[in-house]
Write a protein that binds this ligand. Structure first.
Ligand SMILES: Cc1cc2nc3c(=O)[nH]c(=O)nc-3n(C[C@H](O)[C@H](O)[C@H](O)COP(=O)(O)OP(=O)(O)OC[C@H]3O[C@@H](n4cnc5c(N)ncnc54)[C@H](O)[C@@H]3O)c2cc1C
Length: 264
C-alpha cells in the first residue's frame, strides 16, 4: 500500500472541500472495494476521505418509493421492513450481495459509485428508474452508468442517496459466481406504470444495460412464457475464465424468466 493522508469528514461539504484541496483525493465508504485496491497498489490516492462520520448519509425513508442514504449498508437494506414492504425485490437483492462481512460494511453509495460490471445495485437502479442524488444534483439512472467502472459523477461529487420508485411487480435473479457471489449474470425485471424495464448486470462488455428485446416481449405479456424462443445476442457480452459470452447470453433469458415468475 502506498502512503496516503487519512481524513475523516464531518459533513458532505467538508468532504467536498477536502477532495478539492487534495492532489488526488478519494472518498471512502465501507472500504470494501477501495481498501483491496489500495492494498494491491492499483490506486495511489494522496488522500482518503472517510465518510463514516458524516451524519445524515445513512438511513431509509419511504414516500411513493424508497430513498436509501448513500452510507446505508447492504445488511441494513436487506433487513429493512420498509424496503421489504415497498420494494421487496430490493431487499432480496441486498440479501444476495457477497457474504455477511461485505453486507455489513459495503454501502449502496459505494456500490453505485464504483459501477462494477458485475455489481447488483446498478441493475436495480436501471430497471426501477432510480434517481441518484448527489451533493449538487439529481441524476437519472439512465444517465448515470457510463461503462465499466465509469459514472456521470464529477471527480469531487458525492452521492448522498438513491431513490427508487415503487413498481407494480419487480424481482431480481442472479446466477452468482460461487466464489465472490458477484453476478455472472443478474437480471432485474420491473413492471411499472411507465412500462416494463429489464436490466442486466454481470454480462455486458460495457457494464449494466437494458435488454430491449426482453422488454418488448414482456410489455405485451408479462409472463415467463413470453420469453420462450427469445434469444439475446452474445455480441457485446463478456467472455472470461468464468463464462463465455454465449453462456452469459443464454443465462440472461433464463434469469429473466425466473425473475418474471418470481415477480408475478
Ligand atoms: C468479497 C466481496 C464480495 C462482493 N460481492 C458482491 C456481490 O455479490 N454483489 C455486489 O453488488 N457487490 C459485491 N461486492 C461489492 C460490495 O458490495 C461493495 O458495495 C462495494 O465493494 C463498494 O464498497 P463500499 O461501499 O465499502 O465502498 P468503498 O470501497 O469505500 O468505495 C468504492 C468506490 O466508491 C467511491 N464512493 C464510495 N462512496 C461514495 C459516495 N457516497 N459518493 C461518491 N463516491 C463514493 C469510492 O471513492 C470508491 O471509488 C463484493 C465485495 C467484496 C469485497
Amino acid at each position: 500500500m502506498h502512503d496516503f493522508n487519512y481524513q475523516k469528514a464531518g459533513s458532505v461539504a467538508d468532504a467536498v472541500s477536502a477532495l478539492n484541496a487534495a492532489d488526488d483525493g478519494t472518498v471512502m465508504a465501507g472500504g470494501m472495494t477501495l481498501l483491496p485496491t489500495l492494498k494491491q497498489r492499483l490506486a495511489a490516492p494522496s488522500d482518503v476521505i472517510d465518510l463514516a462520520g458524516v451524519s445524515g448519509l445513512s438511513g431509509i425513508s419511504v414516500s411513493g418509493g424508497v430513498t436509501i442514504g448513500a452510507m446505508t449498508t447492504h445488511a441494513a437494506v436487506s433487513g429493512s421492513t420498509d424496503v421489504k414492504g415497498t420494494i421487496p425485490a430490493l431487499a432480496d437483492l441486498a440479501e444476495g450481495i457477497g457474504d455477511p462481512q461485505v453486507r455489513n460494511r459495503g454501502t449502496i453509495g459505494g456500490s453505485v459509485a464504483n459501477n462494477d460490471p458485475a455489481a447488483d445495485y446498478p441493475a436495480a437502479c436501471l430497471a426501477l428508474g432510480a434517481t441518484i442524488k448527489t451533493d449538487r444534483r439529481e441524476i437519472a439512472a439512465d444517465d448515470f452508468f457510463n461503462g465499466l467502472f465509469e459514472t456521470a459523477l464529477a471527480e469531487d461529487e458525492i452521492i448522498t442517496s438513491v431513490s427508487f420508485p415503487s413498481a407494480e411487480k419487480a424481482a431480481y435473479m442472479k446466477f452468482p459466481n460461487p466464489a465472490s457471489r458477484y453476478a455472472l449474470v443478474g437480471v432485474f425485471v420491473a413492471k411499472t406504470a411507465a412500462g416494463v424495464r429489464v436490466a442486466v448486470t454481470g454480462a455486458g462488455d460495457s457494464g449494466v444495460f437494458r435488454a430491449s428485446s426482453l422488454e418488448q416481449a414482456l410489455s405485451s405479456n408479462f409472463s415467463a412464457s413470453a420469453l420462450d424462443g427469445i434469444t439475446v445476442s452474445a455480441d457485446d457480452l463478456m467472455s472470461d475464465i468464468h463464462a463465455s459470452a454465449e453462456y452469459r447470453a443464454h443465462l440472461i433469458t433464463t434469469m429473466a424468466k425466473r425473475a418474471v415468475t418470481a415477480a408475478g
